[in-house]
Ligand binder design. Structure first.
Ligand code: C5P
Length: 399
């Protein structure tokens, strides 16, 4: 994640999720951002300015009347200096204050005083009943109407013992959202479907055949496409990865399920990126019962060909722009160009080396009708952003 040179004003309001804001500040700084923390009085019951100062590397502002600011206009100066304001956690009461344009403490005043060019992102955090109360719902709707971006909340266990919506998003999800905010919106208005991960082809109820795909590259591309402004559906084989924020995940297990999930919806999409390592074959007759071990005998499996999802999409009468992936163990340059032709697709992405499975980095070669071009080794996150840039450049204009 790269936030080098970005100035983030991080506001904390009263809520137990303040403990997560410490990790968030750390992550923002690690990503290269300059972080200025502003805390309300209530937030200081949960975490001290000393902690936030140590993590952000800057004195924290808490008071509207702070003589450290030469003109004593902290609310003006701080809001002008920020590229983005993030309130995390944002309490129910602070949402109310934003809705009404309150200006009775430093944080609410600087939000009100911010220039229209400074985006305001808020991460609500509260008890489930508070979040679901019609009053909060009205406030959330009004904030959206006022072009404030609401991040979350998530659902799950709450500090008070309840379970439900109201948990603040995790620090890494908030970091992702902030980073996405700064990406150019090259895919705004586009619908993108991505396949990712391995497939699992059963042999019997407890055994199956799969491969080493971790799903990391496909998930990184889904994240990058969402950050570029697209509406993204991720048809995913079994992985342990977290669904990227704002992305719709359709979980599948077998190649045939993946084929069905893709083909039933694909006509509504502009772009299809097939990253999944789909099993080429499935076991012809899956045993309903666990196959028993018998002394001296080994079972023989018969296989059947799985549908080629990418080729099926590319063969549609008016297909979306199709991007395929290839992991060849030899002669990638020749195999890649041939595979692009064979699949009937405009762009094929080759993994350089077939040892990419499960790793956090990768190196790619892009094959199109003009030839090939390399994307140097980098993290899968960085490569995904680069790839989305390359795809957007080639994507035909919307008709
Ligand atoms: O033919 P090969 O498996 O090497 O092609 C890889 C590309 O085709 C990848 O983009 C993969 O997601 C896609 N594929 C598919 N359905 C299959 C096999 C591969 O969509 N059954």
């Amino acid at each position: 994640m790269n936030l080098a040179g970005k100035k983030i004003l991080l506001g904390l309001t009263g809520g137990i999720a303040c403990y997560k804001a410490a990790e968030l500040a750390r992550g923002l700084v690690k990503a290269g951002a300059g972080v200025q923390v502003v805390m309300t009085e209530a937030s200081r019951h949960f975490i001290t300015p000393v902690t936030m100062q140590a993590l952000s590397g800057k004195p924290v502002y808490t008071d509207q009347w702070d003589s450290r600011i030469s003109n004593n206009m902290a609310h003006i100066d701080l809001s002008r200096e920020a590229d983005l304001i993030l309130i995390a956690p944002c309490s129910a009461d602070f949402m109310r204050k934003l809705v009404h344009g309150a200006a009775d403490d430093l944080l609410s005043t600087l939000c009100l005083a911010r220039p229209s060019t400074v985006p305001l992102l808020v991460a609500p955090a509260m008890n489930v009943e508070m979040w679901e109360n019609p009053a909060t719902k009205r406030n959330a709707d009004q904030l959206r109407a006022d072009r404030v971006v609401l991040l979350g909340p998530a659902s799950g266990d709450q500090a008070c013992g309840d379970t439900g919506l109201g948990r603040m998003l995790e620090p890494d999800q908030l970091l992702e959202a902030v980073s996405a905010f700064f990406q150019p919106k090259r895919l705004a208005g586009r619908h993108v479907m991505i396949t990712a991960g391995p497939t699992f082809e059963p042999i019997d109820p407890v055994r199956g055949i799969t491969n080493l795909s971790s799903g990391k590259m496909g998930y990184a591309i889904a994240r990058a496409a969402h950050a570029a402004g697209a509406t993204v559906t991720l048809v995913s084989g079994p992985t342990a990865l977290q669904t990227p924020l704002g992305v719709t995940r359709v979980p599948v297990t077998t190649a045939r399920e993946m084929h069905e999930a893709v083909m039933s919806e694909i006509t509504a999409y502009d772009l299809f990126i097939a990253v999944a390592a789909v099993a080429d074959w499935r076991v012809a007759s899956v045993s309903e019962q666990k196959i028993k071990k018998q002394a001296g005998q080994t079972p023989t499996l018969q296989f059947e060909q799985n549908p080629d999802i990418l080729a099926s999409v590319a063969a549609l009468p008016s297909p979306p722009y199709c991007v395929g992936f290839a992991a060849e163990s030899e002669d990638l340059l020749r195999q890649g160009a041939a595979k692009r032709e064979k699949k009937g697709i405009p762009l094929l992405v080759g993994n350089i080396g077939h040892q990419t499975f499960g790793r956090d980095d990768n190196a790619l070669v892009l094959f199109d009708e003009h030839g090939h071009q390399s994307l140097a080794r980098a993290s899968k996150e960085t490569l995904a952003i680069r790839l989305i840039e390359e795809i957007s450049r080639r994507l035909p204009a919307k008709t």
